[in-house]
Structures are given as structure tokens and as C-alpha cells.
Design a protein around this ligand. Sequence first.
Ligand code: FO1
Length: 308
Amino acid sequence: MITALGGGVGAAKFLEGLCSIIGNEPLNIIVNTGDDIKLGGLNISPDVDTIIYRLTGAVDRKKGWGLEGDTFNFLNSLKKFGLDTWFNIGDQDIATHIYRTHLRSKGFSPVEITSKIARAFGLSDNISVLPMTDQDVETWIQTNEGEMHFQEYLVKRQMKPEVCRVAIRGIDSAEPAHGVIDSISGARAVIICPSNPIISIGPILQIKGIKEALRATQAQIVAISPLVGGRPLKGPADRLMRGLGLEVTSAQVARLYADFLDTMVIDIEDAHENQEIIDLGLKTLVVDTIMSDKKKASNLASSILELL
Ligand code: FO1
């Protein structure tokens, strides 16, 4: 059994490569839900959906999120009522959010709902997508222009405001969802996907019991840096790290995970950081981490599985 922690487009791309080489071995994916947002009464869970859509071949590969071939008639119709339409929900994608919201109102938990959505999209039986917690949490970004939900910062404000602080609302009372701790304890390997360490992996690590489970597990723990040459391929990891006073390097990402990590995977462009990471007491793997297509993602996954 392999367990992965992740959220967002980078994780989804890597997991697609991993799934193409693991055969029937069980894979549990613990997914960040800090990006979740309630808009127009709908429960939207972008990281969960991005991973399910990618692993079932339904994703819009160009954007990395949403559904391939989706249209935006519903959203355009909302404009005439003067409602906020900055978050681009497609006509087919909205069915997922309506279904999730309907099941939440009937008392189903996010873990149960995610499983139903995954099976409806045809996700293989050996793969489980587990929201990190069943409680509602939300990532809020404090900026020089005030505090805003992470999606507002990312999508509406296009990452323009300067980041001062990140707060995960609700995280102190959030419990790991059913299956999360067992997935970490019982795995032969735990892979931290190439996801944003502050707002994708950070919230997962802040849930009580998860870091302790990572420290205690017999599994080999491997993390893939989302940075190449001090920049993320997508998203605001550099802006968030800089805003929090952190160095924007793969070595810094390794430092954030050092107390439970065995191996850090970095890109060949960052080979000069290798010794700094070894000095933290970690093993390293220096490979091409840029997943420009499915083949490159499965090559990256293969070189990681070879390590284990
Ligand atoms: N990302 C954008 O950059 N713009 C959007 O309008 C947008 C809409 C959207 C709708 C549903 C969904 O599941 C994801 C969506 N995303 C959008 C992606 C999402 O904001 C981010 O990829 C993640 O939250 C970052 O991890």
C-alpha cells in the first residue's frame, strides 16, 4: 500500500504518473481541503475534484482543473443578476458541486461523498481519495490589502496582493478523516506530492495526529519539491513562502518536512542544493521533476518507486 499527500494540479499530474505504474497496489491519497470554498450555497472542493478528474481522464488538461470540453453558460447567465462570477464553474463541473452539497445536506461526510463522486467518475477500485478531514476548514490569506479566502487571492486577485500571513480557519478543531491515520501507519511508502508546502501540504500537516503518524510510521517517506530553480511551475508557492519570510528553495521545502522525511526529490536544476539537504540528515534524489506530459510524470514516479 502506498499513501500520498497532496493537493492541486502538481499533485494530480504526479499521481496520474504514479497510477500508471502501480498496477493493482492500493493507493490512498490524502487531499488538502483548505482550498474548499462555499459559493452561491455550493460546497466546492477544488483539490479533491482536480485529483479525481485527472485520475479518471476527465480533467481539462490545458487548465489542469475543471472538466475537458466544459462550457460556462450557467455562469454567464448568473452575470445578469450581478452575482460574483470570478470563480469559473463549468456547466458539467457544477453537477459535482450540486451533488456534493445535496449529500452534505443529507448528512453524508466529505469522505463518503468523495468516495461516491470518485466511483461515479470511474476511479479504479484500488485508489482511495481521502479528504484530510471531515470538518470544514478554509485557508485565508492576510495581505497588504486585507484578509481574503485563498481562492479570492488566487483567482479573483490573481496573486497580486502581498502575502503577510496564512491562517487555516477551523484547523485546530479538525480531526483526521476516517482512514487517514491508518493509511499513513500501514503504508510501505508515503509520498508527499509536488504541491505547495504552505497551502496544500501545510494544512494536512497541521491536523492533529498527522505529523505524529508520519514520525511513527515504518514507511519510507519521500517528498518531491514543487520548486524548480526557485519557482513553482504553477501557483503561488514562491509568493507565499517569501511572504512568510522563508527562502524560496527546495532545501527550504526539505527543512519544512525534515522531522519526518527520509528522502527529498529535487530537480536537476537545483542540484547545487543537494549537499544542503544531505546536511539536514536526509537522502536525496536529483532528477527531472518537470512533468510536461504523462510519460514524464510516470518516469518521475518510477524513479521514486525504484528508491523504495
Ligand atoms: N483556478 C483558476 O485559476 N481559476 C478559476 O476560475 C478556477 C475555478 C475552479 C473551479 C472548480 C475547481 O475545482 C477548481 C477551479 N480552479 C480555478 C482551480 C483551483 O482554484 C486551484 O487549482 C486550486 O485550489 C489550487 O490548489
